[in-house]
Design a protein around this ligand. Structure first.
Ligand code: GLN
Length: 487
């Protein structure tokens, strides 16, 4: 089996000191994908020629003395992120042959910075799911145990980093789709503040919740990536004008003395696996040893986040997915003479069961007579949840909690029980409703499966989250990579 790729920081050093060329590193990534991805299923598309050409261009820039955080680094993107000229499917039959004629902002920024795109990553259809089993193409297997799910919806993005088939990847997080798979696959996942990263070219699921963010092996690596992708974009009116700090600079200070960490009781839900609870308590103890002070805090409305999310997200999805009608782009059913019949047949054949369930739920919640009873109520709950966080962050600097109630479950275990599947995001959804940043850092193995601790902060606190995560990693040495044995 080919060698696993090094971390981003290690690649950076190798490239800058010219110990390896971007082309060699990219070839190593492609060899790694060829060796392991039949067993993992992280990639939907690999663009070998494109990657080697981009690597050659990066080598020229490096030879000319240029330096930059991502110059020559091989990476891959969740397939909900638009890439010009490269098939972008959103994990759906509806877009199975869609080749975007334009470039999304994050793809553009990464490639301008010299990052090398290897391919597009498997995910749940339109980012709806918690196990990647809603992909229209194939499941993803967790590199720690191939019988288990990688989490979702960014399962391919998390698994590709854990299997060292990309140095970093991007995913999207609407209700936990970066953080939960990061926890299941034992990698770092960062969901930035709403507005921090442009969504121009992100295929929309629920626009008031969606954020793009990185998967990496370390917090330091996440700082490198965030620096490049964050910042205002005139093509996304929800992107913020907030200046982008040099996140890497913040990492130097490992001292957590004086840091006030809140522990929200509501996140230790009934249904939390005891071994996950133990791992999180252990990590909290380590943060205390590093000098942090612990406080019990309460977010009393957090238990209502999950039901409110399953009104708001489907409502927005039902509107966002109305564009897939067989006329503008994507899949088109052949039968039907009347326009209405073409719409119905296209949507009936093009969307999978979970996407249809969300569209029906959302349409119902927005319909006359039910709007006030469901959608408006859910929006009020959302405000209360945001106020809970605001109150908490007047007393503490950040919050720590479990990421998901369980470790990675078995493929097939929850596919027939949508409510059990939805419960997987009970600890991640509150932050999306509040628009705040969250960082997941691997903290332990429970029966051989990774557990990630979730750090939550106030708006624009990504630098502080990464600093604390980095200090934690330095003190604990991390959990390493899975020892992948593939046939
Ligand atoms: N699992 C959640 C859902 O199915 C969250 C998805 C996401 O964050 N994209 O909606």
């Amino acid at each position: 089996m080919s060698d696993p790729l090094p971390t981003l920081a290690a690649c950076r050093k190798l490239l800058d000191e010219r110990h390896i060329s971007a082309r060699e590193l990219t070839q190593q990534a492609l060899d790694r994908i060829a060796a392991v991805d039949d067993s993992i299923g992280a990639y939907l598309t690999v663009v070998e020629e494109h990657a080697l050409a981009a690597a050659a261009a990066a080598d020229e820039r490096l030879a000319a003395g240029e330096r930059g955080p991502l110059l020559g680094i091989p990476m891959a993107l969740k397939d909900v992120l638009i890439t010009q000229g490269i098939r972008t499917t959103a994990g759906s039959k509806m877009l199975s042959s869609y080749i975007p004629p334009f470039e999304g902002t994050v793809a553009e920024r990464l490639q301008a910075a010299g990052a090398v795109l290897l391919g597009k990553l498997n995910c749940d259809e339109f980012a709806m799911g918690s196990s990647n089993e809603n992909s229209a193409f194939k499941p993803v297997h967790n590199p720690w145990d191939l019988q288990r799910v990688p989490g979702g919806s960014s399962g391919g993005s998390a698994a590709a980093v854990a299997a060292a088939e990309a140095v970093f990847t991007l995913g999207s997080d609407t209700g936990g789709s970066i953080r939960q798979p990061a926890s299941f696959c034992g990698v770092v996942g960062l969901k930035p503040t709403y507005g921090r990263v442009s969504r121009f070219g992100l295929i929309a699921f629920a626009s008031s919740l969606d954020q793009v963010g990185p998967f990496t092996r370390t917090c330091e690596d996440a700082a490198y990536v965030l620096e490049v992708i964050a910042g205002h974009d005139s093509r996304d009116s929800t992107s913020a004008r907030q200046p982008v700090p040099t996140y890497r600079a913040a990492l130097a200070n490992h001292d957590l003395h004086g840091l006030r960490i809140g522990i929200p009781q509501e996140f230790f839900v009934p249904g939390l696996q005891p071994e996950v609870g133990k791992a999180i308590e252990g990590a909290i103890g380590q943060l205390e040893q590093l000098g942090a002070k612990l406080y019990d805090v309460s977010l009393p409305h957090a238990p209502y986040a999950l039901p409110a999310y399953y009104i708001i997200a489907p409502a927005e999805a039902s509107a966002n997915l109305a564009r897939f009608d067989g006329v503008k782009y994507g899949y088109r059913a052949t039968e039907g003479d009347a326009l209405w019949d073409v719409y119905a047949a296209t949507r009936g054949e093009g969307f999978g069961p979970e996407v249809k369930r969300r569209i029906m739920l959302g349409t119902y919640a927005l319909s006359a007579g039910y709007y006030d009873a469901y959608y408006l109520q859910a929006q009020k709950v959302r405000t209360l949840i945001r106020q809970d966080f605001d109150r908490a962050f007047r007393e503490v600097d950040l919050l720590v909690a479990p990421t998901s109630p369980t470790t990675a479950f078995r493929l097939g275990e929850k596919v027939d029980d949508p409510l059990a599947m939805y419960f997987s995001d009970v600890c991640t959804i509150p932050l999306n409703l509040a628009g705040l940043p969250g960082l997941v850092v691997p903290c332990a193995l429970a029966h051989g499966l990774p557990v990630g601790i979730q750090l939550m902060g106030a708006s624009w606190s990504e630098g502080e989250l990464l600093r604390v995560g980095h200090a934690f990693e330095q003190a604990t040495q991390g959990i390493g990579l899975p020892s992948l044995t593939v046939p």
